[in-house]
Design a protein around this ligand. Structure first.
Ligand code: MRU
Length: 341
């Protein structure tokens, strides 16, 4: 992605590795500061995932791939490294997909550094293909609502839900994006709005609870969100609040699409009921920007994701095309193919 830092335009990737150091755009600090976090071993990479220096399912997957490669270069016990990385965040599937891929390659005696680089490149290619396929949904003048951040920052580059929007902009179409602020970590307000501003894409940040009114008034044409894990039947785990947007979209006759690459699909589970939902710490809800906004002693629940049943989803924008839920077996074949590469 092109970013303006201190008045200079530069190309940046969310995740990369240079000479055994994993480099991550520190997403805890955006939009205020653009800082690169350096993970020098797998424990630092694990910290970066848990603390959300890096977040978004495909970006987490790429970080894990690099962490496995780095560990091989440093002569670490790869089975132990895999165990540690698997314990960082439970919901997003890409993390587990990338770890298994690298572990398998390691057992076959392969060079993981080369493989991790290919994994990252492949991830960008898949996001661009999602953009190309999703382009047919985004007309000139479309008003699209999105939740959380499923942009370049949530991937290695280019994004999933934001990919068709970027592609539409690149092909000269005018697009307007409603950005849910996305409590409690504000990935929409902090990250999606920042990305869209960098790209010169028109947008407005809305409070999470404003979507219903705007939909009912006919101000939203289309919803596109990303995914953390998609079950075989098409149920989708994504950032908390996604489910209610999907229900509101159906109620108001607005198509609701999920954009995701093959690495996010978990064909080992039948439905969303089997997806583990991460519960994060209470302070994320009690505090905003480090300031207490609720009684310190009140109990808090902080589930980070919810599950949208497949009946609310119009289709899946993937790297192989826009699929209905009964066409997902095409992707299963793609998963087998990409694992066997
Ligand atoms: O908790 P996060 O910020 O990692 O959650 C991210 C999301 O829910 C994204 O929508 C999802 O990972 C898709 S990213 C292309």
């Amino acid at each position: 992605m092109r970013v303006a830092v201190g008045g200079n335009l530069m190309d940046a990737r969310t995740v990369s590795m240079e000479e055994e150091v994993i480099k991550l755009i520190d997403q805890r600090l955006l939009p205020g500061e653009f800082v690169i976090f350096e993970a020098r071993d797998y424990r630092e990479a694990g910290f970066a995932i848990t603390e959300m220096v890096v977040r978004g399912a495909p970006a987490i997957g790429a970080t894990a791939a690099y962490a496995m490669a780095q560990a091989q270069m440093q002569g670490k016990d790869l089975e132990e490294v895999a165990r540690h990385l698997r314990s960082t965040r439970p919901t997003g599937h890409d993390l587990f997909y990338a770890i298994e891929l690298m572990l398998q390659a390691f057992r076959e005696g392969k060079d993981l550094a080369k493989l991790a680089e290919e994994y990252a490149e492949d991830s960008v290619r898949r996001c661009r293909a999602i953009g190309r396929h999703g382009l047919e949904l985004v007309q000139d003048g479309s008003r699209v609502l999105t939740h959380c951040n499923a942009g370049a920052l949530a991937t290695v580059d280019y994004g999933t839900a934001l990919a068709p929007i970027r592609a539409a902009k690149e092909s000269g179409r005018e697009v307007f994006v409603f950005v849910d602020e996305t409590r409690p970590r504000l990935q929409g307000a902090r990250l999606t709005a920042w990305e869209l501003a960098q790209e010169g894409i028109e947008h407005a940040i809305i409070a999470d609870n404003a979507a219903g009114l705007l939909m009912a008034r006919g101000e939203v044409d289309l919803v596109i969100v990303g995914a953390d894990r998609v079950a075989s039947n098409g149920d989708v785990a994504n950032k908390i609040g996604t489910y209610e947007k999907a229900v509101l979209a159906k109620e108001n006759g607005i198509p609701f699409y999920v954009a995701a690459p093959v690495s996010t699909f978990d064909f080992s589970i039948l439905s969303g009921a089997e997806i583990p939902i991460e519960e994060r710490n209470e302070q994320e809800i009690r505090q905003v920007g480090g300031e207490l906004i609720a009684p310190e002693k009140s109990r808090v629940r902080n589930p980070a994701f919810d599950v949208t049943p497949v009946r609310y989803i119009a289709g899946f924008i993937t790297e192989v095309g826009i699929l209905k839920s009964d066409e997902l077996s095409v992707l299963k074949e793609e998963a087998e193919r990409s694992k066997g590469k």
